[in-house]
Design a protein around this ligand. Structure first.
Ligand SMILES: Cc1ncc(COP(=O)(O)O)c(C=O)c1O
Length: 391
C-alpha cells in the first residue's frame, strides 16, 4: 500500500476543522474524527510546489485571471469524462456551496420551489431555505443495496412554482454515481417541466473501479441553457481550504445572466494561491488521484471485512464513488439520538450523524475513509469495543 497515504500527519493544532473543533462539534476532545469531507493526506507534490513557488515570489498584489487555468480545466473535463466544453464556459467561485447559492439567486425568485433528493449533503437545505426559497423533497428510494431516484414521486411534486432541482452527483452521502440512463430519465422530466438543474459534481473524480462519471450537462445539449454544473478540485486533491471552484455554463445568455448576478456579490477575484493550486492539480495530479482511489478502496475493504466478521448487525451501502461510507445501523435497534451519544461517549468515534442529511438518513452514520489505514483500524477497534458491550 502507498507509503504516501499511510503516513500519519499530525493535524491537531493546525486550525483544522476536522481535528481542532471536536469539543465544539461532539462535546468531547476524545473522539477520533472521521466526519467532515476532507482528507488526512497531503496534496500532490506538484500542487505544493506551485504554491511554494508563488509564495517565494513574495508579491501578493491583485492577480489577473490566468487563461492557462481555463485550458487546464477544459483539458481535465475532456480527459476525465470525455466532456467537451468551450474554454470560456467557466465561472470561478469561492466554493461550491457559495456557487449553489449564487445559482439559486440568479435563476429563481423568493418562494419558488426547489427540489432536492434526500437524504443529501446538508448545505443543500441551507442554500434553499436561507435564500427564502421553498424546499421540496423528492426522497431517494433505498432498495436494500443502494439509493435510486423516485421519478413518479418527482413528477407528482412538480407544480407551477417549481423552478429548479439540485442534484448531488455523485451522491453524498450514499456514494451513488448516477448512471447515464438514470440521468437521462431525470433530464427528460426536468425538460418537460421547464426546470433548471443545478448539478453539484464536486465528487466526480472520486470513482471506484468500474464506474464512470457522466456529467449531466452532457446528456442533452438542448438543455445547455437549463443545466449548470458546479465542480472543483477541492475534494479530489484535498484543497478545500483554497476555496477554488467553478461553475460550467455552456449557454452564453445564461452565462451572462450568472455573471451579472456574480458582479453584485463582488467576489469575482480569485485567490492567487487557489488559481495556481487548481492549475497544478489538474495538470499534474492524475497519478496521485489513481493512487488515492486505490487506497480508499483498500480502506473500504478493511472496514467491510472487519464489520462482517465482528459487527454483523452493522451494514453499509456499497459506494460507487466518493471517499465516504454510509453505514447502516438499523440492525442495532437503537434510537438515533441514543446512537449518536453512544458513538461519541462509548465508541469515541466522530462520524457525521445520518439525520443531518435528512430524516431518511437517521439510521445511518457517514464515515470518512480518506485517512491512513491505521486511523481506520483504530476507529474499528473503538467501535467493536462499544459494540461488544451492547451485543
Ligand atoms: C456534495 C458537496 N458539495 C459541496 C461541498 C463543499 O464544497 P465547498 O467547500 O467548495 O463549498 C461538499 C463538501 O463536502 C460536498 O460533499
Amino acid at each position: 500500500m502507498s507509503e504516501r497515504f499511510n503516513q500519519v500527519i499530525e493535524r491537531k493544532g493546525t486550525n483544522s476543522l476536522k481535528w481542532d473543533m471536536l469539543q465544539e462539534r461532539f462535546g468531547s476532545d476524545d473522539v477520533l474524527p472521521l466526519w467532515v469531507a476532507d482528507m488526512d493526506f497531503r496534496a500532490p507534490d506538484a500542487v505544493i510546489e506551485a504554491i511554494k513557488e508563488k509564495a517565494d515570489h513574495g508579491i501578493f498584489g491583485y492577480p489577473a485571471h490566468a487563461k492557462s487555468l481555463d485550458k487546464a480545466v477544459q483539458s481535465w473535463l475532456k480527459r476525465r469524462y470525455g466532456w467537451e466544453v468551450q474554454e470560456n464556459a467557466f465561472i470561478y467561485t469561492l466554493g461550491v456551496v457559495p456557487a449553489l447559492s449564487h445559482l439559486i439567486c440568479t435563476f429563481t425568485k423568493k418562494s419558488d420551489e426547489i427540489i432536492i433528493q434526500s437524504p443529501v449533503y446538508y448545505p443543500f437545505y441551507d442554500v434553499i431555505e436561507k435564500n427564502e426559497r421553498t424546499l421540496v423533497k423528492n426522497p431517494l428510494k433505498y432498495n436494500g443495496q443502494r439509493y435510486e431516484m423516485d421519478y413518479e414521486d418527482l413528477e407528482s411534486k412538480i407544480t407551477d412554482h417549481t423552478k429548479m432541482l439540485l442534484l448531488c452527483h455523485p451522491h453524498n452521502p450514499g456514494g451513488r454515481v448516477w448512471e447515464k440512463a438514470e440521468l437521462e430519465r431525470l433530464v427528460a422530466i426536468c425538460k418537460k417541466h421547464n426546470l433548471y438543474i443545478v448539478s453539484d459534481e464536486i465528487h466526480a473524480d472520486l470513482l471506484y473501479d468500474g464506474f464512470t462519471h457522466t456529467p449531466i450537462a452532457s446528456i442533452d445539449l438542448e438543455m445547455s441553457n437549463r443545466i449548470f454544473t458546479c465542480l472543483a478540485p477541492s475534494k479530489t486533491f484535498n484543497l478545500a481550504g483554497m476555496q477554488a471552484s467553478y461553475v460550467v455554463i455552456e449557454d452564453a445568455a445564461k452565462r451572462l445572466e450568472f455573471k451579472k448576478y456574480m458582479a453584485t456579490t463582488f467576489t469575482g477575484m480569485n485567490n492567487s494561491f487557489a488559481e495556481v493550486a487548481m492549475e497544478a492539480a489538474y495538470t499534474y495530479g492524475e497519478p496521485w488521484l489513481e493512487e488515492l482511489m486505490t487506497y480508499i478502496q483498500h480502506n473500504y475493504q478493511l472496514v467491510t471485512t472487519f464489520i462482517t466478521e465482528h459487527m454483523p448487525k452493522i451494514k453499509w451501502m456499497e459506494p460507487e464513488g466518493t471517499y465516504l461510507l454510509w453505514l447502516d445501523f438499523t440492525g442495532l435497534n437503537m434510537d438515533p439520538v441514543e446512537r449518536k451519544k453512544w458513538l461519541i461517549e462509548e465508541a469515541k468515534v466522530g462520524f457525521n450523524h445520518g439525520a443531518m442529511f435528512g430524516e431518511e438518513g437517521s439510521n445511518f452514520e457517514r464515515m470518512n475513509l480518506a485517512c491512513p489505514s491505521s486511523i481506520v483500524e483504530e476507529a474499528l477497534t473503538r467501535l467493536k469495543r462499544a459494540y461488544d458491550n451492547i451485543s
